[in-house]
Design a protein around this ligand. Structure first.
Ligand SMILES: [Zn+2]
Length: 230
């Protein structure tokens, strides 16, 4: 059983990361709740939404905001922005990028589900900008959890044309997208220092032992990413 995470997240007083497939298919909320219980996190304190590859960000800036979302977990959105304690947020992925952004002291954090459409819609830039605007951040750290990497993310010209030329890798007549480079570029534009963004090379599509992958399997099985602030 493996949880992929960033030591800086833990040092900031936050709990979270991306779980390997060994924890189960996180589309099943009872499986998710089992994970939280194991970690001594009250499952009812983890917020959920319905992901649609949009650029919609849900702000949780008060206990009222959290309670409102907890009562209506089916709203469409793809990123969380949190400045309160005692709550956590979850997203599900199976090749898309789980983007973790957090203040060095854990006073504010964000978690975004970034598929290629979300990246093209500039969700990384918008989420980082919204996080800065909370006024609660010193240095902001970024961490990209396991997702489909450039080795496996082959696209056709119509999709490739929506990315920066510098994010594309052409090989043997094929085109591959490097989402890491695209996201780093957007975060830099939002004012983050590229040196503060970590992109560990875990490929969901290439590592069947540890990850679910929509592109590889075409089965609806999801990995869980979450951040909780005790
Ligand atoms: Zn790969």
């Amino acid at each position: 059983m493996t949880t992929y995470t960033d030591n800086r997240l833990l040092a900031a007083g936050l709990v979270g990361g991306t779980l390997s497939r060994h924890h189960g298919n996180m589309r099943d909320i009872t499986v998710q709740n089992g994970v939280y219980t194991q970690l001594d996190i009250p499952p009812q304190k983890i917020l959920h939404f319905h992901q649609t590859h949009s650029d919609t960000i849900v702000p949780i800036l008060s206990d009222d905001d959290a309670a409102h979302v907890a009562a209506a977990p089916e709203q469409d959105a793809d990123a969380w922005l949190v400045t309160v304690s005692g709550w956590g947020v979850a997203i599900q992925t199976a090749d898309c990028v789980p983007l973790f952004l957090f203040d060095e002291n854990g006073r504010a954090f964000a978690l975004a589900h970034c598929g290629w459409r979300g990246v093209v819609n500039r969700l990384p830039f918008k989420t980082a900008t919204a996080l800065k605007k909370t006024g609660k951040c010193g240095k902001i750290f970024g961490w990209l959890g396991p997702h489909i990497q450039v080795c496996c993310f082959e696209v056709q010209e119509d999709v490739a044309a929506q990315f920066l030329p510098t994010s594309l890798h052409r090989k043997n007549g094929k085109i591959f997208v490097n989402l890491n480079l695209e996201i780093i570029s957007q975060l830099k534009e939002a004012g983050l220092n590229p040196l503060d963004i970590k992109t560990p090379y875990y490929c969901t599509c290439g590592d069947e032992k540890n990850f679910f992958s929509w592109r590889r399997d075409h089965v609806r099985q999801n990995l869980l990413s979450f951040i909780y602030k005790p």
